[in-house]
Design a protein around this ligand. Structure first.
Ligand code: FAD
Length: 352
């Protein structure tokens, strides 16, 4: 019997598990793979508008995000620095592999915390009270409280054009079990969607046709525990390129093959993070859209193509790159895709 069980080792789950353990509660974190904790399935950036404040709030509550973002930073940028202080916000591009490793280290050294690799498929509920969890092998584990932080993995479906797969991000498993168990408890679920752009092989990009976007010369850090000397000295730059009329024509001609536009996706976005199809249709008068080429990690030769999130077919994704300066010969390592998943209506949360 645990005091607290946390289901899901994403950013929310690891903070919840560490906070509970630090407060002396006997805690267990159940997650799909301890080597993939605090994964960044989209852009490995921390902070930015709205979310930068959340990072600092997490730190005020004793959390890890700010410290680990600083420790694994590749580039710092104060956004909106030409505007007033009210809208300025810090954003760090983190090394996604190092971030996950650093989180794993924190989890393994924490007292009162056990981390278990397992898929949770249901809950033990008695008299409308959550008593524990049920694992894929039907094992039952009891706890005084259960915290569910399963992110984008509940009944999730990934999509590239009309190809759909029952899968979590990065090919990790999904389960309908949690959704069904929550519905049985009378909890209302709805579908959310999001998407991610392709990852490119960095060495195949011609950066000479793009514009350098260096990090801040005097970067500010996220965590008050990070000393000035600990801030990375050599930042990795980002680069800027643009779509153009040829890219837009290709997108318009193939809209019917986009999961987002052909009715395959039914969910709504959790936040405003439009696909390139959306941008080209909604802002038809724009001749070009910005695309930032951003580093993901020092460990692999990969670049994140911010601004070109899409669910168009693989062949169209390849053709789009051929129209973009610097990306004409770029090799796609991972294709862009959309994902749809179950979420809980937060208006159902009540103090208990
Ligand atoms: C393609 C894509 C694009 C995205 N784009 C953005 C974006 O642009 N901006 C943004 O802010 N966010 C984006 N997100 C969402 C991003 O993943 C979340 O903001 C962030 O990861 C949320 O953290 P979390 O802890 O809530 O969940 P997650 O990071 O999703 O973590 C969930 C954890 O739960 C575990 N888990 C799930 N189900 C089970 C189970 N049944 N049993 C055991 N363990 C389980 C998983 O292994 C994982 O460790 C995107 C996600 C995807 C997949």
């Amino acid at each position: 019997m645990y005091d607290i069980i946390v289901v899901g080792g994403g950013h929310a789950g690891i903070e919840a598990a560490l906070a509970a353990a630090n407060m002396g509660a006997k805690t267990a974190l159940f997650t799909l793979d301890i080597n993939k904790v605090a994964m960044m399935p989209c852009n490995p950036s921390i902070g930015g508008p709205a979310k930068g404040i959340v990072v600092r709030e997490i730190e005020s509550l004793g959390g890890q995000m700010g410290k680990i973002a600083d420790k694994t930073a590749l580039q710092y940028k104060m956004l909106n620095s030409s505007k007033g202080p009210g809208v300025q916000c810090l954003r760090v591009q983190s090394d996604k592999i190092e971030y996950s490793k650093a989180v794993k280290e924190e989890l393994l050294k924490a007292d009162n915390l056990e981390v278990v690799n397992a898929l949770v498929k249901g809950f033990i509920v008695e008299d409308s009270i959550m008593k524990g969890i049920i694992l894929e092998n039907d094992e039952k584990i009891y706890a005084k409280k259960v915290i569910l932080t399963s992110g984008t993995y509940m009944s999730s479906v990934t999509m590239i054009s009309h190809e759909t797969k029952n899968s979590g991000p990065e090919g990790l498993p999904t389960t309908n079990g949690l959704s069904n168990a929550l519905r049985d408890m009378g909890i209302e679920l709805f579908r959310l969607k999001t998407g991610t752009p392709a990852r490119l092989k960095t060495s195949t990009i011609d950066f000479s046709k793009t514009t350098l976007q260096p990090g801040d010369i005097k970067p500010l850090n996220f965590s008050r525990f990070t000393k000035e000397n600990d801030i990375i000295q050599e930042q990795i730059p980002c680069y800027l390129t643009y779509t153009n009329e040829k890219t837009h024509e290709l997108i318009h001609d193939n809209l019917e093959f986009s999961s987002m536009y052909s009715g395959v996706v039914t969910g709504v976005g959790a936040r405003y993070c439009p696909s390139i199809e959306d941008k080209v249709v909604r802002f038809a008068d724009k001749e070009r859209h910005q695309l930032f080429l951003e580093p993901e990690t020092k460990e692999f030769d990969t670049t994140y193509l911010q601004g070109l999130s899409t669910s168009l077919p693989k062949a169209i994704q390849e053709a789009m790159l051929k129209t973009i300066p610097g990306l004409e010969n770029a090799q796609i390592l991972k294709y862009a895709y959309a994902i749809e998943y179950d979420a809980l209506n937060p208006l159902q949360l009540h103090p208990t």
